[in-house]
Design a binder for this molecule. Structure first.
Ligand code: NAD
Length: 537
């Protein structure tokens, strides 16, 4: 594997030995290789080079930026199989998830940005309010260098998702991928190098910088804005680091998403959406449906159908001879977290309806697709993010109860509602506290790229995707121009005897409620103005 340090720019000369990140395939525990760590000192140099390259990039037209995105898209399409295989090997996910959950959303994001990016970023005319002699505009200017700090669950998508709008908005981008998928992220540098070479742009504009938390922290201090995707605990650390430099941050954190099955839901549809909701990427999905809140009337039918479907799932190394539905846990730590949360729930009285244990331990880091019912209120799995293939089913007595349970965690990323009633869907959507909600399908809000994506509460703040996401990569600069080629000076000095009265009565003339009040104020204003003119003030 080519290392990222060798791509785009030369590593810093140093006498200290370069630290290496060991990389493993979690589905087979095969060692894949090692990737060098970019030290904080080298990172700062990389940022400086990116900053220099950005000076010319910020002046490029939208057409030139679209050309670069087009080349990135070409690379993705041409190398789709290789990129998917790289991700499968590094993250242990299925080939289908790599294609549908990584390559596809990134292609859609590029298509969307090419189609809509300019519309969102071109100077926008606004009302100048009181200043009838002025023209008002917002200019969406690039910020400089945007740092993308990414987790391991979607190695390709977590990197390209934020990079595409950031680059299109005229920024340089430094990407710090998760150390747990450094092997594949090192390959991704070639996507950008290839596109930038073809466009005749410097490679320094997009650089992958591998490393651990220390490298990420150095990026927070050096960049002009950070788009962080990761855990709540590290989101807090990012804020702590950013406080010193006042680096603005977007935080895309974890979730404990609710999936509400109403008693009028189409059970077959709900069951299949549920399977996608929790078993895609073995549940290592920020949007994973971690809590299935099922109303009484649908409970038995829903539970028996998902148990049936779950017991049919095949699990194993995704690149082996057999077709598999569910892959591995990407990190051994995550496997331990899932195992611990399930054991805690079971010890406290939860019923295991499927799975509940490690799978194929002789091969790799697998946790069997699991269903838990009757989970007691004090089980940690009801509050802490599981990030694993565990369907937790909770019974609800009706709409109010379902909403109460849905909103009862510290998170608020996304949610799903299954119902045949449009009015009920609307009611529930209104009452669920989350950054997004899908009705009658799982997770489609993410693929509708005009929609903003992000969370509330412990799931973070700021948005990726859509107009909000691309504008988040800019400084929305407020500008007022002259409307006419002539104008008088707006003189406030020296302060005149009647200036205060004139100001007060002007305010009353504009803002008083009722015509009588306004006319009265206008009269007093005229009087004060007259005195001012007479008095020479
Ligand atoms: P993590 O927080 O452990 O790591 C994320 C990234 O932050 C990694 O690159 C890591 O090296 C870096 N990092 C860690 N400490 C840092 C520090 N002090 N300063 C700077 N950088 C630091 O997250 P993870 O375990 O890789 O990913 C799983 C988490 O990500 C889950 O909570 C999941 O829900 C969340 N996630 C959220 C979204 C979303 O869009 N909301 C998407 C995917 C994953």
């Amino acid at each position: 594997m080519t290392t990222s340090a060798a791509i785009g720019s030369e590593p810093t000369k140093s006498n200290s030995p370069v630290r290496m990140i060991p990389c493993f395939d979690p589905a087979t525990r095969t060692k894949l290789g090692e990737v060098p760590v970019v030290s904080p000192a080298e990172l700062r140099e990389r940022v400086a080079r990116a900053r220099a390259a950005q000076q010319a990039w910020r002046e490029t037209s939208f057409a030139e930026r679209r050309r670069v995105l087009g080349y990135i898209l070409d690379h993705l399409l041409e190398h789709a199989d290789e990129l998917a295989a790289t991700v499968v090997r590094d993250a242990g996910k299925t080939r289908e998830n790599a294609m549908v959950g990584e390559v596809w959303p990134v292609c859609e994001k590029i298509r969307n940005t090419i189609a809509r990016g300019e519309e969102h970023l071109r100077a926008e005319k606004m009302s100048a309010g009181l200043f009838l002699h002025k023209k008002a505009e917002v200019h969406y200017q690039p910020l400089g260098v945007i740092g993308v700090i990414a987790p391991w669950n979607y190695p390709l998508q977590n990197i390209l998702g934020p990079t595409i709008p950031a680059l299109f908005a005229g920024n340089a981008v430094l990407i710090k991928p998760s150390e747990h998928v450094a092997w594949s992220s090192a390959r991704f540098q070639r996507i950008f190098d290839d596109a930038l070479d073809r466009a005749g742009m410097p490679r320094e504009l997009v650089q992958v910088v591998d490393g651990y938390a220390e490298t990420g922290a150095a990026l927070v201090a050096a960049a002009d804005k950070i788009i962080f995707t990761g855990s709540m605990a590290n989101g807090r650390r990012i804020i702590e680091t950013s406080a010193a430099t006042l680096t603005p941050v977007i935080l895309e954190l974890g979730g404990k998403d609710a999936f509400i099955v109403c008693d009028d839901a189409d059970i077959e549809r709900a069951a299949h959406a549920a399977m996608a909701g929790i078993f895609i990427a073995a549940g290592q999905n920020c949007l994973a449906a971690e809590r299935f809140i099922v109303m009484d009337g649908a409970y038995d039918a829903f539970v028996s159908r998902v148990v049936e479907l779950t017991k049919e799932l095949r699990q194993g190394p995704p690149l082996g001879d057999k077709r598999v539905d569910v892959g591995a846990m990407t990190t051994p730590m995550q496997l331990e977290i899932v195992e611990k949360l399930v054991a805690d729930a079971v010890a406290k009285g939860a019923r295991v309806l499927a799975g509940g244990h490690r799978n194929h331990p002789e091969l790799g880091d697998f946790f069997a697709p699991t269903i838990l019912a009757d989970v007691p209120k004090d089980a940690a799995i009801l509050e802490e993010e599981t990030f694993g293939p565990v369907m937790v089913i909770i019974r609800a007595q009706g709409e109010d109860d379902a909403v109460r349970i849905a909103n009862s965690t510290q998170y608020g990323l996304s949610a799903t509602v299954m119902t045949k009633s449009a009015s009920r869907a609307r009611r529930l959507v209104d009452r669920i506290v989350a950054g997004g909600t899908s009705v009658n399908d799982f997770g489609f809000t993410y693929m509708a790229m005009d929609l903003p994506f992000g969370g509330v509460r412990g799931s973070g703040f700021g948005r990726l995707n859509g107009r909000e996401g691309i504008r988040a990569c800019t400084n929305p600069k407020a500008v007022l121009y002259d409307r006419f080629p002539f104008g008088a000076p707006a003189k406030i000095y020296p302060v005149g005897t009647f200036d205060y009265d004139i100001a007060r009565e002007t305010i009353r003339t504009i803002y008083s409620r009722g015509v009588v009040n306004r006319v009265g104020a206008l009269g007093r204003l005229a009087k004060a103005a007259l005195f001012a003119v007479r008095g020479g003030d």
